[in-house]
Ligand binder design. Structure first.
Ligand SMILES: NC(=O)C1=CN([C@@H]2O[C@H](COP(=O)(O)OP(=O)(O)OC[C@H]3O[C@@H](n4cnc5c(N)ncnc54)[C@H](OP(=O)(O)O)[C@@H]3O)[C@@H](O)[C@H]2O)C=CC1
Ligand SMILES: CC(C)=CCC[C@@H](C)[C@H]1CC[C@H]2C3=C(CC[C@]12C)[C@@]1(C)CCC(=O)[C@@H](C)[C@@H]1CC3
Length: 336
């Protein structure tokens, strides 16, 4: 039986590396569906995958996770194409207009917190959020809410009594409880929307397990570590990509002290790939699976307990359901 795997944000970085790794492991038993916002980049990614795996089944799906109507029509298309979805990788993500606090960075360098700073980016990054055409905060809509809506819309192909399906979120070690407020789930009043959205995905994953395990749907979260992709290049915009490459020896050195410097998309996709091979029923819903790379360059996956609780995860879930019904009502009115 072919396994059907859908990956959001599959046209670059960690998402594309995951697709490549999945096909390297099994070209014939997989049906890959690359869900991409930009179809030109999606086509390029599909062509690259087919060049190295000409026999593979790789389909494209247009989806902008920040747009309600786009997610709803993409989900409709998935329901038409597939009877069952085995893996849903929720990987698309943004960190818009990042601000790197140079002063806090240098202060952190000479503090006892230096390893945590390099592992999580804590205390040195803030962002300015935008608003989507649907009137939602952009980071929340892209990283979390669009994916939540997608799961809800895909229930018929994800929930089967006789077979399990696995939803896997690309979260981050930058997810902090302090950045999240259940009374402000869209993070309207803060300056760390990225951290808030990733913490919310950790909470949501727990709530999904509570509600859906009995229907065969399991959810897990991973952190890919610090990976050099367009997302990280944008953190220092005046720093061209080749300068990041020049810094690689320094990063390899830092990797001797923190195994979270996975650096390449291939390494960053380790936990995503590892989860593909696990029985979802055997996994712990309270842990995040971290992609790690040792000083010698060996990849492995390590579970680490998350700072989340059931009560907050349930409150978030209720708020997301409420927002879902509001946006759907608005959409129906617009279509009338
Ligand atoms: N790089 C790192 O160090 C870390 C990354 N992560 C997470 O990993 C995930 C992948 O990021 P990474 O590979 O690093 O970065 P990339 O920028 O390379 O990949 C992000 C992907 O998300 C897609 N995307 C962005 N916005 C949307 C949208 N509105 N609708 C659909 N797709 C969208 C992008 O598509 P497009 O080409 O159209 O922009 C792209 O394919 C993200 O969730 C990120 O938060 C987590 C921890 C660390
Ligand atoms: C220029 C030099 C010498 C160092 C670069 C320092 C930072 C730009 C870099 C150090 C730790 C990195 C990091 C992230 C971004 C870039 C750093 C702050 C993330 C916040 C990127 C997104 C994530 O989700 C986190 C897991 C990353 C944590 C580490």
């Amino acid at each position: 039986m072919n396994k059907v795997v859908l990956v959001t944000g599959a046209n670059s970085g960690i998402g594309l590396a995951l697709c490549e790794r999945l096909l390297c492991q099994d070209t014939e038993g997989l049906q890959l569906c690359l869900a991409c916002r930009n179809m030109h980049r999606g086509q390029a990614a599909r062509s690259a995958l087919l060049t190295s795996h000409p026999e593979a089944q790789v389909a494209l799906l247009q989806m902008d996770t920040s747009s309600i109507s786009s997610v709803i029509s993409a989900a409709r298309e998935v329901r038409l194409r597939y009877n069952q979805l085995d893996y849903l990788y929720l990987n698309a993500g943004i960190m818009p207009n990042p601000r790197f606090d140079v002063k806090a960075f240098f202060k952190g360098l000479f503090s006892s917190n230096v390893i945590t700073m390099f592992a999580t980016g804590e205390g040195i990054l803030t962002q300015t959020d935008g608003v989507t055409a649907d009137g939602l905060q952009e980071v929340f809509a892209t990283n979390l809410f669009g994916h939540f809506l997608l799961i809800r819309e895909l229930e018929p192909v994800l929930c089967h009594a006789d077979q399990t399906s696995h939803v896997i979120w690309t979260s981050s070690s930058n997810a902090h409880r302090s950045a999240f407020n259940v009374e402000d789930i869209q993070h309207l009043r803060g300056i760390q929307p990225y951290s808030s959205s990733k913490y919310a995905s950790d909470l949501l994953s727990l709530a999904l397990n509570t509600r859906y395990n009995q229907q065969g749907l399991y959810s897990s979260v991973i952190c890919p570590g610090f990976v050099m992709t367009s997302l990280t290049y944008s953190i220092l915009p005046s720093f061209p990509a080749f300068l990041w490459t020049l810094l690689m020896p320094l990063f390899w050195l830092i990797r001797l002290f923190t195994n979270t410097f996975t650096l390449t998309p291939y390494n960053g996709a380790e936990a995503l790939f590892w989860l593909f091979e696990q029985n979802p029923e055997s996994l712990n819903p309270h842990v995040k699976y971290h992609s790690l790379t040792s000083g010698l360059g060996n990849n492995y996956t390590q579970p680490r307990k998350m700072d989340i609780d059931l009560e907050t995860s349930e409150s978030l879930y209720e708020k997301l359901l409420q927002l879902e019904s509001e946006v759907k009502k608005k959409l129906e009115e617009k279509l009338k």
